[in-house]
Design a protein around this ligand. Structure first.
Ligand code: MG
Length: 261
C-alpha cells in the first residue's frame, strides 16, 4: 500500500524535485549536434554532487548495475539507455531521465528533446507525449481513482494514432525512488481488479508516459538495460513527480513557482 505524506514531507520532496528540474535545465543547455551523451551525464553527476544530492539511478541492480546518473534514450530507444560516446545528430530525439535524493527525499523526472529540427511526425510524437502527461496532471485534480486517469491517458494516445508502452509504468516515490503503487499509463483488468488507488491528499507518484509511434512492443538490447521499440520507430518519454494536495496536484519537479500551492 502507498504511504501518504504530510505537507511538511511534500515540502521536502519539492526541494529534491527542484534540484531534478535544475539538473534537466543544465542537461538541456548542453544539447546540440555533436555532443556525446556521456558528457551530459557527467555534468548532471557533478551538479548533484555539488548540491549534496545522491543520484538515484547509478548502481540500480540488474544483470549489470546501471552505470550512470541519467538514462539517455535516443530515437527508437524507449527508456533505460546508457550514456556513451555516441554523439547526437540533427533530427534525433533524446529522452533524458534522472532523479536524486536530497535530505532523504526523492525526485524523478524525464524530458524528451528534439535535437535540431525533427520531422513533423516526430515533433507530433513529442507533443502528444508531453500532452498526455499534462492531461494526467489535470485529471488527477478531478478524478477519484487512478484508473480513471489511466483510461483517459490511453484514449488520448490511441486517438492520436500512437501507442502506450505497457511494459513499463510509473511508481510511488518518497524515501525511495520506487515505492508502491505501480502507476500504469493505460487501464487494464488487472488495474481495475487489484492495482487501483485513490487520488487523495498526501499521495506522491511519478507519472511517466512512454509513447511509441508504432507498436507498443519493446525489447531489451544487448547492454541488458536499453529498451527499444521492436519496429525501430521512435519513442518519447515525459515524467514528473506529482503530489496530491488539498489544493490540487502539485508538480514537484516543475519550474520554481510554476504551481506552488
Ligand atoms: Mg520514474
Amino acid at each position: 500500500m502507498e504511504v501518504l505524506r504530510s505537507a511538511r514531507e511534500i515540502g521536502l520532496m519539492r526541494k529534491a524535485g527542484l534540484l531534478v528540474w535544475e539538473a534537466h535545465q543544465l542537461a538541456a543547455s548542453m544539447l546540440r549536434p555533436g555532443v556525446a551523451t556521456a558528457e551530459i551525464d557527467a555534468a548532471v553527476e557533478r551538479f548533484f554532487a555539488e548540491n549534496g544530492a545522491e543520484p538515484l539511478f547509478k548502481g540500480v541492480p540488474g544483470r549489470v548495475p546501471f552505470p550512470a546518473v541519467t538514462c539517455v534514450s535516443i530515437n527508437e530507444e524507449v527508456v533505460h539507455g546508457i550514456p556513451s560516446q555516441r554523439r547526437l545528430q540533427p533530427g534525433d530525439i533524446l529522452s533524458i531521465d534522472t532523479g536524486c535524493r536530497l535530505n532523504g527525499w526523492c525526485g524523478d523526472a524525464a524530458v524528451t528533446h528534439p535535437i535540431g529540427k525533427v520531422k513533423p511526425e516526430v515533433q507530433r510524437l513529442l507533443d502528444v507525449t508531453r500532452g498526455v502527461l499534462d492531461l494526467a496532471i489535470e485529471a488527477m485534480g478531478r478524478c477519484s481513482m487512478w484508473s480513471e486517469v489511466a483510461t483517459q491517458m490511453e484514449a488520448y494516445v490511441k486517438d492520436s494514432g500512437f501507442s502506450v508502452v505497457e511494459a513499463f509504468v510509473g511508481h510511488g516515490i518518497g524515501r525511495e525512488m520506487h515505492e508502491d503503487p505501480q502507476v500504469p499509463n493505460f487501464c487494464s483488468r488487472q488495474l481495475r481488479a487489484s492495482g487501483d488507488f485513490r487520488l487523495v491528499p498526501g499521495l506522491v507518484i511519478a507519472v511517466e508516459p512512454m509513447v511509441n509511434m508504432g507498436t507498443k512492443r519493446v525489447r531489451t538490447l544487448a547492454d541488458h538495460w536499453t529498451q527499444a521499440t521492436v519496429d525501430g520507430l521512435p519513442s518519447a518519454h515525459f515524467e514528473h513527480t506529482i503530489a496530491i494536495t488539498k489544493s490540487g496536484p502539485y508538480v514537484l519537479t516543475a519550474a520554481p513557482s510554476e504551481n506552488e500551492p
